[in-house]
Design a protein around this ligand. Sequence first.
Ligand SMILES: NC(=O)c1ccc[n+]([C@@H]2O[C@H](COP(=O)([O-])OP(=O)(O)OC[C@H]3O[C@@H](n4cnc5c(N)ncnc54)[C@H](OP(=O)(O)O)[C@@H]3O)[C@@H](O)[C@H]2O)c1
Length: 307
Amino acid sequence: MFAMGFTEYGGTEVLRTLDVPEPEPGPGEVRVRVKAVGVNPIDWKLRSGAMAGFRPVQFPYVPGIELAGVVDRVGEGVPDLRAGDEVLGPAVAAYAELAIARAEQVLAKPEQVPWELAAALPVASETAYRMLAHVSPAAGQTVLVHGAAGGVGSVATAFAVADGVRVVGTAGEVNHDYLRSLGAVPVTYGEGWPERVRAAAPEGVDAVLDTAGRGVIEESVALAGGPDRVVTIADPGAQRLGVKFSSGLTEPRSYHREGIGRALELIAQDRLPLPIWRAYPLVEAPLAHRASEEGHLRGKIVLIVES
Ligand SMILES: NC(=O)c1ccc[n+]([C@@H]2O[C@H](COP(=O)([O-])OP(=O)(O)OC[C@H]3O[C@@H](n4cnc5c(N)ncnc54)[C@H](OP(=O)(O)O)[C@@H]3O)[C@@H](O)[C@H]2O)c1
């Protein structure tokens, strides 16, 4: 089958068309005919070799950790899914015509949710849900979200706002109106950001979600009043200050269904306007990686798989 992947580490030029064997679903798994794939920073971090020291890949490697598509084959012990079901969820090797997902982690795709939006939801939703679970802000409290315009930041902001939490979000100025549309108070990142946050939240900040990993942990701990009020998904060095670095590896697997379920609920209520920054055909995955690597986007980038 057709896939996009790489056989060596390197720049976007190593991401090429590949002819790979069709995957077979094991027990508890389904095979999905992919309609769309979400692009995540980990896709190009793995491709570049930047993670090779602690997370090497086996070549040929096909990226893609989330998808939306149609179930095409069902593994043993999957009573509630059948061929033809439209689903979304986390997956492996999803830059391809067919990919494998854990049956317990996929959800039915509502008819009114377009394929590209469905493919953009799984990772951002689970991660946002997980980050909020670490700090459990109450309605009426204030949360600071670093990188609020990105995939995870957008969903975390929408989840928190929906729960009655006040959100102050950092973003480039070009994304400030967007953050306002999510219900957040925008603040520009970079030099002097803590003062700008204090001015935007004179009542104080109760918790901080760092999705950007740009060296903001120390000031974030000071703002929130302690390391246990801060969580990061992008700054492993934060652990030195006693701050939780959340990788998703040790947290409950149920967060996938719960997070995606919450996102679908808010979409149905028009309260999660997650923008698709750009959608590319699968063969243009190198362009998608370049856009993601530039690091300034609003919402998500997706790849569309033509069949
Ligand atoms: N540990 C985990 O479980 C996990 C899970 C998912 C993602 N991640 C990691 O989390 C990070 C975010 O992922 P994502 O998918 O949300 O990324 P993304 O969609 O590519 O978003 C990147 C965002 O970062 C913002 N940004 C750029 N420079 C910034 C700065 N100096 N300060 C604050 N924000 C800045 C950009 O905002 P502007 O456009 O406004 O400049 C952009 O919206 C990545 O490093 C990813 O690898 C980790």
